[in-house]
Design a protein around this ligand. Structure first.
Ligand code: HEM
Length: 415
């Protein structure tokens, strides 16, 4: 088979290699529609060992099993302490990349701040912000939904929760870029590291000044809550505190932005869904779960490493193996979801894995749900339909195998 055959016509090993190679030009074709590849991979072997030795899990069962297994380590893969720069410590020093007992200690300091009950307090605010953002768009105007409301809503909500001035949009945006970059590039070039370090220095200075201010004058924001988190040995060091602020701040930017953007895009592809939600607002939470399942913003979890030999789906995964859970594939596993490639805003049950499971299960899950539900409620009850304003062929998907989202979504109000 020729090396330039269209993807989907290659042997599965070749296709997997393309998907795992950031520089390969054919990868964008796979990023544009990875679901066919995921289906082929699951049919071939739901616990697949790629030619470069990485394990790719595409069935619901294998992903859930791996994510719930404490012998899978986040930590083992990360850059050794002596090679870590400021960017690693600030962007990768958070709980997301730690194992117990450090992970347990860090997570405990924030878990009570993100319970469904605590997050319900921002529901009304999420609705008000959604309304303001949508009112800000003039009739007849074409605007980028992804860079506009879809980005601003999660950023404004979390900035308010942390008690940060909302003006610093550009800084917030670039932090999210660095986190994603370091997540996907384990060995960045010196110039890239210099860039990331400069931004980490900015984030450190930014949060250090705010933390000092909150120490002097505590408020009822999350940072003040973190400073008073007194759980015996759980108190955070200054650098841990900044890493925590960073991950809480940006953990929900791109993810919620992609959730809203893919949601609006898929409602366009399935126009009956807008009418269903307008008629039955009670179905909105169900629709948000379908957005999460159908186009999971974190398509693939960051790598885990097996800390000992273990068995997944009848395969022995040897100690030291790198393993990815392909959440987007698990969420379309026909063994769990009936007619999985159908977008259905009324789907129940819908026990998807878009927020993962196990000890790293997304701490912001309820917050993301509240934001998306309120946004949809305001959109469907108070505004006309949003229509995609460019032909399908002009839409591009982000060139990443971890994240799934459109680069831009030009839309306008339906007349
Ligand atoms: C649609 C929106 C979101 C999606 C799809 C999503 C997805 C995920 C996933 C899959 C994980 C687990 C990663 C792993 O196992 O390696 C995770 C963890 C995490 N998420 Fe989210 N997330 C979203 C929104 C948010 C929001 C709004 C926040 C802000 C508070 C947030 C903060 C975090 C943090 C701090 C972790 C690390 C938890 C830990 O390691 O214990 N996420 N998220």
């Amino acid at each position: 088979m020729s090396a330039t055959a269209p993807v989907g016509h290659e042997p599965i090993d070749v296709e997997a290699e393309i998907w795992l190679s950031p520089g390969d030009p054919r990868r964008s074709e796979l990023c544009r529609n990875p679901h066919g590849f995921y289906d082929r991979l699951r049919q071939h072997d739901p616990v697949y060992r790629s030619p470069d030795g990485r394990w790719l899990l595409t069935s619901y069962e294998s992903c859930a099993q791996m994510l719930g297994d404490r012998r899978m380590s986040h930590r083992m893969l990360r850059v050794p302490a002596e090679e870590q720069t400021l960017a690693h410590r600030i962007f990768m020093g958070s709980m997301l990349f730690q194992d117990p007992p450090v992970h347990t200690r860090l997570r405990r300091t924030v878990s009570t701040l993100f319970t469904p009950r605590a997050v319900e307090r921002v529901r009304q605010r999420a609705a008000d912000i959604s309304r303001q953002l949508l009112q800000g768009v003039r009739d007849g105007e074409t605007f980028d939904f992804r860079a506009g409301p879809a980005f601003r809503l999660p950023v404004l909500v979390i900035a308010e929760m942390l008690g940060l001035p909302p003006e610093d949009f550009d800084e917030f945006r670039v932090w999210a870029e660095v986190l994603l970059f370091l997540d996907e590039h384990e060995h960045p070039a010196p110039r890239e590291l210099e860039w990331a370090d400069g931004i980490a220095r900015g984030a450190l200075d930014y949060f250090t000044a705010i933390i000092e201010e909150r120490r002097r004058r505590p408020g009822d924001d999350l940072i003040s809550g973190l400073l008073t988190a007194d759980d015996g040995d759980a108190a955070l060091s200054d650098e841990e505190l900044v890493a925590m602020c960073v991950v809480l701040h940006i953990g929900g930017h791109t993810t919620t932005q992609d959730l809203l953007t893919s949601g609006v895009y898929n409602m366009n592809q399935h126009p009956e869904s807008f009418a269903i939600l307008r008629r039955s607002p009670a179905a909105i939470p169900t629709a948000v779960e379908e957005f999460l399942r159908y186009e999971s913003p974190v398509g693939v979890t960051p790598e885990r490493v097996a800390s000992e030999d273990l068995e997944i789906g009848g395969h022995v995964v040897p100690r030291g193996s790198v393993v990815h859970a392909l959440l987007a594939a698990a969420n379309r596993d026909p063994a769990i979801f009936q007619d999985p490639n159908r977008f259905d805003v009324t789907r129940t049950p819908n026990k998807h894995l878009a927020f993962a499971t196990g000890n790293h299960v997304c701490i912001g899950a309820h917050l993301a749900r509240v934001e998306a539900q309120e946004f949809l409620r305001v959109l469907t009850s108070e505004f006309p339909e949003l229509r995609v304003a460019v032909p399908e062929a002009e839409l591009e998907w982000i060139d990443s195998y971890l994240h799934r989202g459109l680069k831009t979504l030009p839309v306008r109000w339906l007349d």
